[in-house]
Design a protein around this ligand. Sequence first.
Ligand code: ATP
Ligand code: MG
Length: 282
Amino acid sequence: RVNRGDFMKALEEVHPAFGVSEEELLQVVQNGIIHYDKIVDELLKSGQLFVEQVRTSTRTPLVSVLLHGPPGSGKTALAASIAQDSSYPFIKLISPDTMVGYSEAQKVAAITKVFMDSYKSPLSVVVVDNIERLIDWTPMGARFSNSVLQTLLVLFSRRPPKGRRLLIIATSSLRPILTDLGFAETFDSELRVPPISSLRAVEHVLQSVELFPSDQHTRQAVRMLEEAGFSSRDEFSTKLQIGIKKLLSIVEMARQEPEMVAERLTRSLPKPKGILKNSPQT
Ligand code: ATP
Ligand code: MG
């Protein structure tokens, strides 16, 4: 199992030639990648295959992949991790977080610049994080920035100049609206990033972040969750659904009160009944 220290060390060892905003990427994968379920490895493996495809195939100079899944399921971290592991000479993250306060025109310019820069490198990977926030999607009245949307649509399907290859990894928590917005045929591949839905995975996470002093304590806490009504077996009954991001933030809060960690965890997880009611699903 990988802890934060190992992860930071691994990232430090990668120093691609130019264009890489290492800090940006480090920030979004700051908790590292925990291999809590086989799906995590499958997603990373699929990402690697796209990286290899773009690197080696002369017939596919442009490949685009969409990672979609409910909020907090780990899309940004996985996208950044795949990008980072590519060790391509140009790796860049386009994120709404770095464009706070930008006008539409400034956003269009910033996004366009990243793609133009990528065309100068023989091999590039661009992560386009959180499409719906980039275009300022507002469910109320279904409003959004049309100029940013058009920019993305054009750049997502423009072939890079001769001899240049580009992998685009986009993320979204709102897969259903993307079709209406015109992204229906845009992506070569779509991968769903599911929330954590088994107690085994929760146990794995708790162990890797060393919330409890021993694995025995961890198992005790998981048993408490089971008693509280969370099921990991029956695929069709109400069961645990929680994004890794939320789980990790609960863990950090629980650390503040070490003596009642298990209880706190049980209390703060979404209740077994009606868990999905308020969270948008993709
Ligand atoms: P949002 O819907 O808010 O954009 P997200 O789906 O992009 O959320 P992230 O921001 O990637 O989720 O948050 C996932 C967090 O969990 C990160 O801090 C990441 O380091 C950590 N993490 C640990 N293990 C994993 C994993 N297997 N996959 C993804 N993220 C992981
Ligand atoms: Mg995200």
